[in-house]
Design a protein around this ligand. Sequence first.
Ligand code: ZN
Ligand code: ZN
Length: 337
Amino acid sequence: MDIPKNMRAMVLERLGEKLKLMKMPVPKPGPEQVLIKIKACGVCRTDLHIVDGELPDLKLPLIPGHEIIGIVVGKGGKASSFRLGDRVGVPWLGYTDGTCRYCMKGKENLCVNALFTGYTIDGGYAEYTVTDHRYCLPVPRSYGDAEAAPLMCAGLIGYRSYRMIGPDTERLGIYGFGMAAHIIAQVAVHQGRRVYAFTRRGDVEGQKFAKSLGAFWAGGSEEVPPEALDAAIIFAPVGSLIPAALKATDKGGTVVCGGIHMSDIPSFPYGLLWEERVLRSVANLTREDGGEFLKIAPEIPVKTKVSTYPLEKANEALEDLRNGTFKGAAVLVMSES
Ligand SMILES: [Zn+2]
Ligand SMILES: [Zn+2]
């Protein structure tokens, strides 16, 4: 396969600046790495938190992007999981040490030496990338490249959040109806749960969209649903949704925070947590989450609605995400060159 010397990439040089289109050398795979020719890369809300400087200790300069779909075009001597020509997905979790006390307990999502794609190692806003083969995931055949991209984070981390709600949840509230919600609502409806979708106040379009995915009820996040919820997942990065969701949740119910960053949580009376309500967060993902979700997604089948942008329009895609200009997910699609 012909691999060029250089590639185009959208690079964050300094916090607070726009990404810059740059020409860079195509990276060489290390022994445990594959070289991937990127076909598509999703644009996630976490990317906004990264470019806005809301997350600590990032790599700089950085190529963001952790919802990568591409083709293996090169590999190191130990990268035995995939063959040249295989289509793979690259998620947020890019590396773990396998030896720390969290890894030893099966909690690799909490690994102390974890590396994260498009955050502490370079990601997918580029034409090529190298990643550790052990953290790449096979992509279900029934999805196109752009349609598969949002499965890699909104899908996987959304699914990890969904796994935390408890198996006997009949009524599930979802706060913040972006990409993760759009995917998880389909899984929940398929599994016979009632979905209550909470959007920004007055977002009639968003509420209509949620209903089109099978939501039983849709309303503004300040509203109290007609019945108490068994569990709620909060995907919007808004701390004041925590007391709102606890208020809407029944005794013994769980509220899961699915995002990596949230504004401060306002104080609230203990009565909202009392009666064995559980409040928890979800961090990152494990490879087990990935395998499980990518198996059930095509069975349902989970459909993803995407708006595509060329690589060089990554800044526009991020701004459109910030402003909620589209429903579904923004995905950068690399041109054939
Ligand atoms: Zn570890
Ligand atoms: Zn993400």
